[in-house]
Design a protein around this ligand. Structure first.
Ligand code: HEC
Length: 195
């Protein structure tokens, strides 16, 4: 009799081990590189001019989206890119000047992050940034914006398994670097079209 109870208890433990928090770990496939192409819905627009070998992928776009909405990119963990580039207002800021993570106020308006896939004339109002991958790393270290360091952001993201997994899907390994973050945010922003 006792052994039947023991058997039932063991069975219950085994069955419940795949529930709730462990559900993903039990059911999901191993996390691997996913190079599925992301197709832009271009309407009558011409394809954007991209460097040879450039490919939008669903995994990189998804990672870029996670980063765009990630408040851990800011020093006080209170501001994401979307705080100033709000989807509700065409990925721009309704305020003339945006307030940064630590309350500092800038001196230029946050422009709409829309149709940037076709911009080949520099980014920011003065065109000082050559690419979206480069541009997207600048607000993180700007003292009047997110006021954080790339190294701190990487430390914070490394504590989150979901990010490690998404870097593997996007790039084939879990190493987080500024270059990869910038390229993923570039891909996400390139999908924001108003055509
Ligand atoms: C505190 C508000 C604020 C935050 C946070 C912020 N931005 Fe901006 N963004 C701005 C402002 C202001 C400008 C214009 C700055 C300039 O021209 O010098 C700008 C410009 C840009 C541009 C240039 C668009 C163009 O047409 O040239 C892009 C792209 C952009 N931001 C993306 C991002 C991304 C990605 C993040 C997050 C990593 C981010 N921004 C975080 C306020 C912000």
């Amino acid at each position: 009799m006792k052994s039947i109870f023991q058997f039932i208890i063991v069975l219950a433990i085994v069955l419940s081990s795949c529930k709730k928090d462990d559900e993903l770990a039990c059911e999901s496939e191993p996390v691997t590189l996913d190079e599925t192409a992301y197709e832009l819905d271009l309407g009558s627009f011409p394809p954007p001019m991209t460097p040879e070998g450039f490919q939008l992928t669903t995994a990189k776009v998804a990672l870029g989206r996670m980063l765009f909405y990630e408040e851990k990119l800011s020093s006080l963990n209170n501001q994401s890119c979307a705080s100033c580039h709000s989807q509700a207002t065409g990925f721009s800021d309704i305020n003339q000047f945006s307030e940064g993570s630590e309350g500092n106020v800038g001196d230029r308006q946050a422009m709409a992050v829309i149709n940037l896939a076709w911009n080949n004339n520099g980014f920011f109002w003065d065109g000082r940034s050559p690419s979206l991958a480069h541009q997207s790393l600048q607000p993180i270290i700007s003292p009047i914006e997110m006021a954080e360091s790339h190294a701190n952001v990487i430390t914070k993201l490394n504590e989150i398994q979901g990010y490690k997994d998404q870097f593997i899907r996007a790039y084939g390994n879990e190493e987080i670097t500024p270059l990869k973050m910038g390229q993923a945010m570039e891909q996400f922003m390139m999908t924001k079209l108003k055509i």
